[in-house]
Structure formats: C-alpha cells, structure tokens
Design a protein around this ligand. Structure first.
Ligand code: NAD
Ligand code: MG
Length: 388
C-alpha cells in the first residue's frame, strides 16, 4: 500500500497546473493537495482550491487579497497574497511541490522548497536557466530532490542509469521544431500572434508556445539539461524530431541509445514526477506506432532559429548571461503577445540586450535577482525605442 502524499501546486491555473490537478484527481487515494497558487485569476484559483480540497490558496498579486478572501469565504481554505505568501506555500511541509509558475517569477518559491529539502517536480525551466548552478548547489546542500517535469528532461531522467554521467557519450535533446520548422526567415517576418500560438503537437501556456515557435524553448532546455545532468556542454545535442514521440535519448559509451517515448501529453511526465519512484497508472490514449508510420530527424538550423545560437552562447559564457537571455526573452515574448513587436524581433532583441551587456561572474542568489531586474529594464528601454 502506498501512503498518501501531500502536494503544493505552484501555478495551479496554468497549463502545467491544470494537468497536475487532473492527474491528482484521478488518484484521490494517492494524493492530497495542501497549497495552490496563481498570479491574478481569483475565480479560477478559488474554484480549483475548492475542487482539489486545498488548505491554503495564494494569489501572487497582492491587490487581489480581499477578492480571494471573499471568494473562499465559508470554505475553510486560508487565503493569502503576495510574494511572501508564495514562499510560504512552498515552505509548508508538503511532500511534493510542483513548480509550475512561468518565468523567473517562480525562483524564490522554488528555492524555498529546495531549502526545506522537498521533492520538487520542476516544470519552471526559467529558474534553472537563471540560477542553475546555485540552485543545484542548494539541492545538494539541503538534500532536496529535483524531478524534471519538462518532457525531454523527464525522458533523460527516466533513461539515466545510476551514477552514469561519466558513461554518457551524448544526450540527444529532441525538438519538434515548432510551427515554423520549414519556414524561411522572410516568411517568419510576417508571423502573427495566432500563428505563433498554434503549436503542431503540444497544447501549452502562451509564453512557452511562443518560445517553441522561436525555438528559444529548446535553447532554454539546453541550459536546463546542462544544469540537471552536468555533462560537458558539447555532449548535449539538439535533434529535430517533428513527430514529438521520442522525448529525448541518452547514448552510452558502448553505443547503446536509450530513449523514452510517449504521446505528447504533459500528464505523463507530471505523473512520473508525482509518483516517483513509483509509476502511476494513467488512462490516456496509447502510442499507435502503425498510425504514426515513420519517425524523422533533422539537424537544427541556427540561422533560421538564432535563439539556439544565443542559448549556446549564454551557456558557454555563463555568469550572468543566461539571466540576461532569459529576462530579455520573457519581456520580448510579452511584447510580441501584446502586438508591440514582430516575431523576428523577439530574438533580435534578446541578441541586442545580450550584446550590450557583457556577462559578469555570478556571485550569489541576490546577484541573480538584481541582474534579472536590470536586464528587464534594459529590454523595456529597447522595446520602447523600437516602438517609437
Ligand atoms: P501558463 O502560463 O499556462 O501558467 C503559468 C502559471 O503561473 C499560472 O498559474 C499563472 O497564474 C502563474 N504565474 C504567472 N506569472 C506569475 C507571477 N508573476 N507570479 C506568480 N505566479 C505567476 O504556463 P505553463 O505553460 O503552464 O508553463 C509553466 C512552466 O512550465 C513554464 O516555465 C514552462 O516553460 C514550463 N513547461 C510547460 C509545459 C507545458 O506543456 N505547458 C511543458 C514543459 C515545461
Ligand atoms: Mg520541453
């Protein structure tokens, strides 16, 4: 018999949060939800807190505290608001924290969970991009456990043999190539918000959908993979695999390649993180190999998708550069979603901000936060200049 695990879901109203809620509701005997958090959507947060039977609900936007309190009146669920309440949610003694906030906004709460030695199902890849090595040091120091939720990293985690990092020849990080995989730069210049949001294989939040279209998502995932699985950078290769069935592969020193396959559904890697070290059952459609027919593979094109080159550069240079890359990208994507800049300008902006601000050696976590704030200011100024 397995014991019931308590779960904190950071970002419960998002795509990862909702998929997590579905997996949990399908296993009421295995999980109990302790805390849930969201940014601004009070009605959805309140209704999910009630349906999940949570004890503690946090709205990140402090100005919405009274609204949340009203929405939860009579339910017995404690309402809270603001950054410190997000940290409190992560610090409560739940067994697992699902880090499903988008962007560097999730960093403080994830660190709080790490520092109490929690098991963390990490979807929020931007935190590892920004604070990677410092975060991994804390994971060791506080004896926390990081289980990747990102499908590629979950795949690698699942096929990684114990203490095998020195026996790995290559990690093959697969990429769908996104909706513009076969498009020319000229064609991409006119891409609309709607076209960029329509991913061929996955249904996801807005920011990661745009990241997939520019392939910055794969760039961030490359940095994420280097942090989670510390092999030499040139051993991690990006491989375009448009069917999104092979979620990633590891090639060992003897030439064996181990892969994890599945349908493109985030509930599978989320269930893996929630159940770890056991596997949960999920009644999802299974892979139909004869219907798929063929797998295909291509090399990534760093000319049409400069985000890949920029991410490699940030990784190689290290220091504060990955933080700058991430912050510039977060703001550029938001500006594209607001129709303030064009599609190609997203990576042009990231490149310009990175070029204008040479990397510094990263000293500590406060340096991460300070750089994030500064890089946002630089990017905002540049966007304002462009939109003149
Ligand atoms: P989403 O936009 O659908 O949801 C984001 C969640 O974070 C929401 O609950 C929102 O309320 C909350 N949030 C947003 N800004 C916040 C802030 N400033 N402070 C506090 N909370 C805030 O995003 P998503 O697609 O679920 O992605 C979440 C994370 O998971 C991202 O880092 C993404 O890269 C990663 N991820 C997502 C998928 C996917 O399929 N959606 C797959 C792999 C990895
Ligand atoms: Mg992924």
């Amino acid at each position: 018999m397995s014991v019931t695990k308590s779960v904190c879901i950071m970002g419960v109203t998002g795509s990862i949060g909702k998929s997590t809620a579905e997996v949990i509701l399908a296993h009421p005997d295995r999980f109990r939800v302790d805390a849930v958090t969201a940014y601004r959507n009070v009605p959805e947060l309140a209704s999910m807190a009630v349906s999940l039977g949570a004890s503690f609900a946090v709205i990140a936007d402090e100005t919405l505290y009274e609204d949340l309190k009203r929405a939860l009146a009579g339910t017995g669920i404690v309402a809270a608001a603001g950054e410190n309440a997000l940290i409190e949610a992560a610090e409560r003694p739940s067994d697992i924290v699902i880090a499903g906030i988008v962007g560097s906004a999730g960093l403080r709460a994830t660190l709080a969970a790490i520092r109490r030695g929690a098991i963390i199902g990490l979807a929020n890849k931007e935190t590892l991009v920004c604070a990677g090595e410092l975060m991994m040091d804390d994971v060791k120091r506080y004896n926390a456990t990081l289980i990747p939720v990102d499908s590629e990293h979950s795949a690698i985690f699942q096929v990684l043999e114990d203490n095998a990092l020195d026996r790995i020849d290559r990690i093959l990080l697969t990429a769908s190539g996104g909706p513009f995989r076969t498009w020319s730069r000229d064609d991409m210049a006119g891409v609309t918000r709607e076209q960029a949001l329509a991913h061929p294989n996955w249904s996801m939040g807005a920011k990661i959908s745009i990241d997939s279209a520019t392939m910055m998502n794969k760039g961030l995932e490359l940095i994420e993979a280097c942090r989670l699985f510390p092999v030499e950078q040139n051993r991690i290769e990006i491989l375009v695999h448009p069917q999104s069935v092979i979620h990633s592969m590891v090639e060992y020193a003897d030439g064996s390649v181990l892969a994890q396959l599945g349908t493109p559904d985030m509930r599978t890697p989320i269930a893996y993180a929630l159940g770890w070290p056991e596997r949960l059952s999920l009644s999802l459609p299974r892979l139909d190999f004869t219907a798929i027919g063929q797998f295909s593979f291509e090399s990534p094109d760093e000319v049409r998708f400069p985000a890949l080159r920029l991410a490699r550069e940030a990784l190689r240079t290290g220091g504060t550069l990955p933080i700058v890359l991430n912050a510039a990208n977060e703001l550029a994507v938001a500006a594209f979603l607001d129709r303030r800049i064009g599609f190609l300008q997203i990576t042009e902006l990231v490149e310009a901000v990175m070029a204008a601000h040479p990397s510094e050696i990263l000293t500590d976590i406060d340096h991460v936060f300070a750089t994030d704030i500064l890089a946002r200011r630089w990017t905002e100024d540049m966007i304002a200049g462009l939109c003149h």
